[in-house]
Design a protein around this ligand. Structure first.
Ligand code: IPE
Ligand code: IPE
Ligand code: MG
Length: 243
């Protein structure tokens, strides 16, 4: 568990080690303002940056963001292009944040993205691999089922090659073949925008996560809203099947 190292705000003593965010509600936020959905995504990007900095400052060790799901390809080509432009712009300027010493990891199937975007993702991951203030995981073309399918294929290939026997497949074997290998499970999963579902995000890693739902739309999910979630989390009793 991370402990607080910030006296400016009133925070609980016990903070989650890993927080997951389903960044939802950008489209509705834009619609309320009679603006195109892409405007909501741009504003959501600003909120994401504020939340990253805040989590780092209060000593959270791992944060994960759902930025684009394997199902989001169903959207209009116009919206998808706007999202890709935002991802690229962000990755192109992310060096400005290296001084904050945040390690960045991308999870999801990269093969669907343009080569220049993949190159940027690889570069940022490599540049930041030794930073240890916090680890930030960004899910792009990510789906929990796709991740588990992919892990099953890798495990099956090891068995086929004779490197692994079926009886030696443990839960740890599965975890080690997920995109999140080496990253602890999610403690607190936050979904804004009023939807009460997890939409295929980190389904293995959230098996025992505490869930927090909020009606606030993602662009408005500023640090004050996160504080409410942290207080709710601190009041939960986690039993993991025990008594
Ligand atoms: C952002 O919110 C999620 C992404 C896929 C980037 P939405 O675009 O789903 O916003 P709503 O749910 O339509 O309001
Ligand atoms: C989940 O939001 C995906 C991301 C936040 C990237 P969606 O808006 O795609 O989820 P559904 O369709 O409401 O379940
Ligand atoms: Mg949505």
């Amino acid at each position: 568990m991370a402990t607080k190292d910030n006296n400016k705000r009133d925070l609980p003593e016990i903070l989650p080690e890993h927080i997951g965010f389903i960044m939802d509600g950008n489209g509705r936020w834009a619609k309320q303002r009679h603006m195109p959905r892409s405007f909501g995504h741009a504003e959501g990007g600003k909120t994401y940056e504020k939340i990253v900095r805040y989590c780092r400052d209060i000593g959270i060790k791992y944060i994960s963001f759902y930025a684009f799901s394997t199902e989001n390809w169903k959207r209009s080509s116009e919206e998808i292009s706007a999202l890709m432009v935002l991802f690229k712009q962000y990755l192109a300027k992310v060096q400005n944040y290296y001084k904050e010493e945040v390690r960045m990891v991308f999870i999801g199937d990269r093969s669907a993205f343009a080569p220049e975007l993949v190159e940027l993702m690889n570069k940022v991951e490599n540049d930041t691999k030794d930073f240890d203030k916090m680890t930030m995981i960004v899910a792009l073309n990510y789906g929990g089922r796709d991740e588990i399918r992919n892990a099953a294929k890798k495990i099956a290939a090891s068995v086929q090659k004779g490197e692994l026997s079926i009886d030696d497949i443990t839960e740890q074997t599965v975890a080690d073949n997920l995109y999140t290998k080496g990253i602890p499970d999610v403690d607190l999963l936050i979904r804004p925008s009023g939807e009460l579902r997890t939409s295929n995000f980190l389904i293995w890693q959230c098996a025992y996560a505490e869930l927090y739902f909020s009606d606030v739309l993602w662009p408005d999910f500023l640090p004050e809203e996160l504080d409410k979630a942290l207080w709710a989390y601190a009041g939960r009793q986690r039993r993991f099947g025990g008594v």
